[in-house]
Design a protein around this ligand. Structure first.
Ligand code: DAH
Length: 345
């Protein structure tokens, strides 16, 4: 009987060593130490053994039962631990090179706007925003462009409703950021120093220098005693900060309904250094902004005291500035989302 028990012991050991799953371990358990298992069958035969063997065999059988139960516990633990370790193939390999994701960056026009914001904020200008879908009143009337003014015709395309529908204050895509001057002055009293960046829309024929949507930055300063020399000072300071100390600037007399006197400001063409190229239309100069002293009619539209306050305003074309700065000869490149172009900035 002793021999039989020690044989059993070896059998259980080798069965457990072969077991690959918890199910197989369970089969071993039922077979050997289950209620009707081999060990229990042996224990049942003990009363029929010679009396002197009974207690030794009983003891051995019980010890074996406990031992098997311990081995089963250990085997189960081992299987569970092995199952939770992934296959060698799936294992994370720290030595593999990572997947490269290129960094994105801001669009060159956004970069230009941010740079200009920074320059003006050093001069104490706040940043304001206005809606791109605008009422005629803000785009025209309040800016001293009455309904019959010829300059309205240049912007007569981007109305949101048919001309015949609706009243006389219709919605349109704004043609200029000058609208924000009116919105800000209606809300705040002087002193005002602000710039307003944003998109504008024009029914222009698209070519190397014109797009139907582009960006402007409006500027406005209103206070007691603001003069044209303040305007010249601020714009010269801006041009030198943005283009460098050697940039040349010229003010040409011009006309805008909302400023009097008005000027157009040109920058010496940095692409051809003034020799003449397609960007400057072979003139050596590029117009980058319009400016002037705020017309008293505009102040009246916003209920400012025209005897007390004066102010200057300007509107600059962001794409034009970026083209000059980076030597880009076609405005359409900024709008095409071609990564070969954009990734250079
Ligand atoms: N709004 C004008 C345009 O889009 C630019 C401009 C000219 C803005 C003179 C101004 C200004 O504030 O004073 O052509």
């Amino acid at each position: 009987m002793k021999e039989k028990l020690s044989k059993l012991k070896n059998q259980v050991k080798s069965n457990l060593a072969k077991a690959k799953s918890l199910d197989e371990v369970e089969q071993v358990r039922t077979k050997y130490i289950g209620r009707k298992g081999v060990i229990n069958e042996i224990i049942k035969t003990i009363p029929s053994l010679p009396p002197e063997q009974r207690s030794t065999i009983g003891k051995l059988a019980n010890e074996l039962k406990q031992e098997i139960s311990r081995w089963i516990g250990e085997t189960r633990k081992k299987i569970v631990a092995e199952e939770s370790v992934p296959d060698a193939k799936e294992t994370f390999d720290l030595s593999l090179p990572g997947k490269h994701k290129p960094y994105g960056h801001e669009h060159p026009i956004t970069q230009t706007i941010n740079e200009i914001k920074e320059i003006f904020s050093k001069l104490g200008f706040d940043v304001e925003y206005g809606p791109e879908v605008e009422l005629e009143y803000y785009n025209f009337d309040a800016l001293n462009i009455p309904a019959d003014h010829p300059s309205r015709e240049d912007f007569d395309t981007f109305y949101l409703l048919a001309r015949s529908a609706g009243g006389d204050n219709q919605l349109l895509l704004r043609s200029q950021t000058s609208t924000v001057q009116i919105r800000v002055m209606k809300e705040k009293k002087p002193p005002i120093r602000m710039i307003a960046p944003g998109k504008v829309f024009r029914p222009d024929t698209v070519d190397a220098r014109h797009a139907s949507m582009f960006h402007q930055i409006e500027g406005l300063m209103v206070d007691e005693g603001v003069s044209f020399s303040d305007l010249k000072y601020v714009l010269t300071l801006f041009a030198k900060s943005y283009f460098g100390q050697n940039i040349k600037m010229r003010f040409r007399p011009s006309f805008f309904p909302f400023t009097e006197p008005s000027a157009e400001v040109d920058i010496s063409c940095s692409i051809c250094k003034g020799k003449g190229c397609s960007v400057c239309a072979y003139s050596g100069w590029v117009e980058v902004l319009g400016a002037g002293m705020v017309d008293p009619n505009v102040f009246e539209a916003v209920d400012y005291d025209t005897e007390k306050y004066t102010g200057f305003a300007f509107g600059l074309g962001v794409e034009r500035l970026a083209m000059l700065r980076y030597g880009v000869d076609d405005i359409r490149l900024f709008l095409e989302n071609d990564m070969r172009f954009l990734s250079q900035f």
